[in-house]
Design a protein around this ligand. Sequence first.
Ligand code: FAD
Length: 498
Amino acid sequence: MQKCDVIVVGSGNAALCAGISALEHGARVLIVEKATFEEMGGNSRYTAGAMRFAYDSNEDLLPLLKDPNDERIAITDFGSYPKEKFLADLKHFNEGEPITELQQFLVDESLPALQWLATHHIKFAPIYSRQSFMKDGKYIFWGGLTLEAEGEGNGLVMDELKRFQDLGGTILYDCAATEIVTDKGKIVGLTCHYQGQDAFFETPSVILGCGGFEANKELRIRYLGDKWGDAKVRGTRHNLGHGLTMATQLGAALNGYFGGCHATPMDRYMPEYGNLNIPHIERKHYRKISYLFGVMLNANGERFVDEGADFRNYTYAQFGKAVLEQPLSIAWQIFDAKVWHLLYGEYKTSDASFVEANTLEELVAQLTDVNPQQALETLRNYNAAVRQDKPFDPTIKDGRCTEGLTLNKTNWANVLDTPPFRAYPVTGGITFTYGGLKVNQRGEVLNTEGVPIAGLFACGEMVGGVFFHGYPGGSGLTSGTIFGRYAGQSAAQFCSLI
Ligand SMILES: Cc1cc2nc3c(=O)[nH]c(=O)nc-3n(C[C@H](O)[C@H](O)[C@H](O)COP(=O)(O)OP(=O)(O)OC[C@H]3O[C@@H](n4cnc5c(N)ncnc54)[C@H](O)[C@@H]3O)c2cc1C
């Protein structure tokens, strides 16, 4: 290998953005990726490519679209998602703590991040199928999440990879970073395990974009608790937290909430990890996040969350944990035929696990691992408590609630009265972890005294202190793009000065 200026570890969205940015700023860049080409791209490749960003009007949105002439645009209300709303959504999950500097940076830089990606030939499309409902002849977007990258996560990563290589970047697969090597306090290289052999790559600067520790069972138990040992992993099996080890060996400070993670309700019978070998569209099918239109029962036959507390974008990343914490770490999601058309496509595929019956009595008898008497009583009590005087409207928080239950449902409550009834078995699947390294807005990794470690940068899930007790959907890719972009720029500048 020729000597390079910057080595980026990982090949997900954050790492590729870092690589593109460093190239853009004149550096010679090598990416080392632990996985083979078939499995490269990390969790980013598993995503729907949905990216949250602040926008004021169509003027911000339309220039980002691949197809601004889409006929649907004329009958679409994209609304707006001002910075204040994005900040409020993040603050909602801070449990009373103020917005952090990194959160403010995320919000301020969110629209510029998508505009920057667009300059690198990444194009976006409105998420009509998952983030809008038709009302009075118009598509109404809800929940502050409006655009996805073309081709979803797979398309995003492949387009970024192409751009990285077109700009002159080099990438090695089956090349796991093992240690950052220093000499007299300066970074001089990176050791890797490359295609079965030890290898050394000379470099003055390393950008860690190698994900969180969600695929590491031991670390999950240590930081998140015993129940997380058996959690399904929704994405890659390669994010084992080794980036944290490499950085802390150099004195890096940890930051953020290590007890927190993004986790969603998933098909109870999904495999232990995500799997890129099945078609992209089917991979999403394990996810089960339309619970807001029904109810969830645990093994005791009881409800345990307010399924309609908010739009799913603001609850789905927390409810995986809620399910995992139930007895046997399972739950059943129950719907009647009335809301069938509102459920996401993954509920309707041939490989979705479910049971069906024409009466609630017959349905509860089929719920494996559930107390059927209590389940039936819970459903009957729920049905009796629905406020039917309020109109049902999935485009807004409609206030159609239950009244008088110990745990009420706040929105979108409907009586379960239209057969056939369906129940879907779910468990909690971990998506990514929130704790990470302490970095500043330049993407520089800080030591325990708050001083940047010369030549060391981080981005993406490796950055701690951006998400704490919850997550507004679609913020992960945006965060990865922002911190990747600035880490790449900073690393290139660092190299140009030595
Ligand atoms: C199923 C699913 C759906 C999601 N949907 C969305 C969505 O629609 N929108 C959104 O914003 N977020 C979504 N997310 C979250 C999103 O995936 C992450 O926030 C984001 O992709 C993280 O990007 P990253 O580059 O930091 O990490 P990753 O994309 O996970 O990349 C990390 C890379 O580092 C590599 N690596 C690990 N260790 C080493 C090592 N020692 N040496 C070399 N390489 C190493 C891994 O193999 C991997 O390729 C989703 C996640 C999942 C799992």
